[in-house]
Design a binder for this molecule. Structure first.
Ligand code: URP
Ligand code: ZN
Ligand code: ZN
Length: 464
């Protein structure tokens, strides 16, 4: 099977030129100014951009959490991602306490295998790491799981203490792998939460009011300091505030391999969403919480000047009616997380490129290339180049859509609300190719369950 994409404006993290792309089976084999080649199918991309497929390095599909399970599974979540122009996800497998991490990996393989629309990899969430388990980290790396997530938040659930963090980081550093950190001081936050509840403060807005940005900054500072001593690169996930970003910048200025991502919710939503009528604020109960609006400008600056490297979604949807209501009388029981995997590319294009905050090249870097490099997938993923996988988005920079749960072009996530309801975006995914197969065309899904493959990732690539 061959496909020739004609007349597109090819944008990578470093290039911007008009050209044609020739795909044979799953791979890009030729790129040229004007390719005169026979192909089984010809796509005309005149007036459109060709981006490398989006890579979202932070999703939680089919994840048991907060007394329920995230609403998208590997079938629905990856299909929704594809609609939005994302062709690779890195999801989180979870080791339960006392369990072998290899057994946990098997559990997550069973959840995903044969179900996904796009390619995927796993990070491993480590919840305990006795000395006799440390050797498993190398075994995971050999299985293509070359990054781990550790939590300073959620005591009693996913939280690990500093000793465990140090142990895991040392081993990760020796193995050439990378540690992702949920950096918030969960122990102090839990004390603040207990006090709020004792005072009868039970509404959703108290989720945010009990999670000061200073406790995120403290977690970031501590995570980076431990990583510095353990000699391992550290990647701060879902960084949400200026206070936290400042800690990343201080560390990078002294030469530490500290990296961070932020997410659309911290760039486009803010604390005022908790002030909505009734229980509506529960839709935005996620961790870290939404911050005061002024933080957004600081995050955009961080993205523009390279102190934040990626934009992931932390897609972890829970239905408003049946799941968020678990916390109707107590904000601490609202399942933490929100939807977003489908809307990331358009939101960032509209709010970043169209608003003049970032360049087109930066857009590609933030939504695809940087994460491919950090997480050992580049140049198979994250660029448009000869020999790379033919994961390509034909993107219409002029198409307008209003994001809504009711818009059949903007919402395929299996959740009963859209966090960006009513947002108008200019710039929308028209066609998506995943390893050379057209899986989305004009809002229609053309692929089939199981098209996606597990990606055995390489070692940390941040030095490449
Ligand atoms: O609220 C969130 N972020 N839920 C998903 C789990 C996590 O902390 O990433
Ligand atoms: Zn987290
Ligand atoms: Zn997460």
């Amino acid at each position: 099977m061959s496909i020739l994409i004609k007349n597109g404006r090819i944008i990578t993290a470093v290039d911007d030129y008009m050209g044609d792309v020739f795909i044979e089976n799953e791979t890009i084999t030729h790129i040229g100014k004007s390719l005169d080649m026979e192909a089984d199918e010809i796509l005309d991309a005149s007036g459109k951009y060709l981006f490398p497929g989006g890579l979202d390095p932070h999703t939680h599909l089919d994840m048991p959490f907060g007394g329920t399970v995230s609403a998208d599974d590997f079938e629905t979540g990856t299909r929704a991602a594809a609609h939005g122009g994302t062709t690779t996800l890195i999801d989180f497998a979870i080791q339960t306490k006392g369990q072998s991490t290899l057994e946990a990996l098997d559990t997550w393989h069973a959840k995903a295998e044969g179900k996904t629309a796009i390619d995927y990899g796993f990070h491993m969430i480590v919840t305990d790491l006795e000395d006799d388990r440390v050797h498993e980290m190398k075994m995971l790396a050999d299985e293509g799981v070359t990054s781990y997530k550790l939590f300073m938040a959620y005591p009693g659930v996913l939280y690990v203490d500093d000793g465990t963090i140090y142990r895991a980081m040392r081993k990760a550093g020796e193995n050439g792998t990378v540690v992702c950190m949920h950096a918030e001081n969960g122990i102090v936050i839990d004390e603040i939460v207990k006090r709020a509840l004792a005072e009868g403060k039970t509404e959703p807005k108290y989720h945010a009011l009990t999670r000061p940005t200073r406790m995120e900054a403290e977690g970031v500072h501590r995570a980076i300091s431990i990583a510095e001593v353990a000699n391992v690169p550290v990647y701060i996930v879902h960084l949400s505030s200026s206070d936290a970003l400042e800690q990343v910048m201080l560390a990078r200025n002294r030469g530490v391999h500290a990296f961070a991502e932020t997410c659309p919710q911290y760039l486009f939503l803010d604390h005022s969403y908790y002030e909505q009528e009734g229980f509506e604020g529960a839709k935005y109960v996620m961790t870290p919480a939404l911050r005061e609006k002024w933080n957004q400008d600081e995050l955009w600056k961080g993205l523009k000047f390279g102190d934040l490297q990626s934009i992931s979604t932390d897609h972890c949807p829970f239905c408003f009616k049946d799941q968020k209501t678990l916390g109707i009388d107590d904000f601490s029981k609202i399942p933490n997380g929100g939807p977003g995997v489908e809307n990331r590319m358009s939101l960032v294009f509209n709010g970043g490129v169209n608003s003049g905050r970032i360049s087109l090249n930066k857009f590609v870097e933030l939504t695809s290339t940087a994460a491919a490099k950090t997480f050992g997938l580049f140049p198979k993923k994250g660029t448009i180049a000869v020999s790379s996988d033919a994961d390509i988005v034909i993107f219409d920079p002029n198409r307008k859509e209003t994001i809504s749960v009711d818009n059949s072009c903007t919402h395929h996530m299996r959740v009963d609300y859209n966090a960006y309801e009513g947002f108008e975006v200019t710039g929308f995914t028209e066609t998506v190719l995943s390893r050379g197969k057209i899986i989305i065309k004009d809002c229609e899904y053309m692929g089939k369950k199981g098209d996606g493959q597990f990606l055995k990732r390489g070692l940390y690539g941040g030095m490449k």
